[in-house]
Design a protein around this ligand. Structure first.
Ligand SMILES: N[C@@H](CCC(=O)N[C@@H](CS)C(=O)NCC(=O)O)C(=O)O
Length: 240
């Protein structure tokens, strides 16, 4: 059994898609990053970097519980466990890993910063807004180019590289992306959204978000964007 300790942000959803694709037995343990659950000492044992997602595999390598953080590493782990979605052939395998790491190193951090400076930053900082919006648009172009030469993002087969990127880029309409200028990306989006596991993820993500919202009613939220406060909360939780 895989316990997914998470919230359905893009980083959480990519693991949900993989679990659904593999048909592994799994359960979602809600971790509210708005309420500060990521700083609970028990959670920090799973994810010392106080981020979601984390997994516990109750039947890990060599038997017994195995815990992991970092969504990209979790996808590789699950692919190896299930023997699916990370091709065995060397070239396809390394191509898939490249495009998985492209998501982890570029799409995630840059889209995250764009979202922050567009929607949450205390001050409107035009330089930061332009910088990250331009970077986001450039990254859509990289995907468009890649999907012009490859059926799927990683290689000719559907893989963890597709699952990692999809939840981050599926909001293309909200970012004002010109679909006519990104035909290969749009072909891939349609192929992704035709997959039952991806649809189930999208439905489950909405349900879990609703459940967590109800659960948070009347409870004190932390300021997730106050990095000084976050640093202090981690220090307090770990006694450092
Ligand atoms: N590289 C990490 C990033 C994880 C991450 O940034 N998680 C965010 C939500 S998407 C989080 O837990 N934030 C809580 C916090 O910053 O306290 C991964 O891919 O797992």
């Amino acid at each position: 059994m895989i316990e997914l300790h998470s919230t359905p942000t893009p980083n959480g959803q990519k693991v949900m898609i993989m679990l659904e694709e593999c048909g592994l037995e799994w359960t979602h343990v809600d971790v509210s990053i708005r309420l500060g659950d990521q700083f609970a000492p028990e959670y920090l044992k799973l994810s010392p970097n106080n981020k979601i997602p984390a997994i516990v595999d109750t039947d890990g390598p060599g038997g017994g519980r195995y815990t992991m953080m970092e969504s990209g590493a979790i996808l590789i782990y699950l692919a190896e466990k299930a023997g699916k979605f990370l091709p065995a052939g060397e070239r396809d395998r390394f191509d898939t890993l490249q495009w998985l790491i492209f998501q982890m190193a570029h799409i995630g951090p840059m889209f995250g910063q764009a979202h922050h400076f567009n929607n949450y930053a205390k001050d409107k900082i035009q330089y930061a807004i332009d910088r990250y919006n331009n970077e986001q648009a450039r990254l859509y172009q990289v995907l468009e180019n890649r999907l012009g030469e490859s059926e799927w993002i990683g290689c000719a087969e559907y893989s963890i590289a597709d699952m990692a990127n999809y939840p981050w880029v599926k909001g293309w309409e909200n970012y004002g992306l010109d679909d006519a200028a990104h035909p290969n990306f749009m072909r891939w989006m349609a192929a992704m959204e035709a997959r039952p596991a991806v649809r189930r993820n999208n439905e489950m993500a909405a349900e879990i978000r609703e459940r967590m919202k109800k659960d948070a009613e009347g409870r004190q939220e932390i300021n997730i964007f106050d990095t000084k406060e976050n640093k202090d909360m981690l220090a307090k939780a770990t006694g450092s």
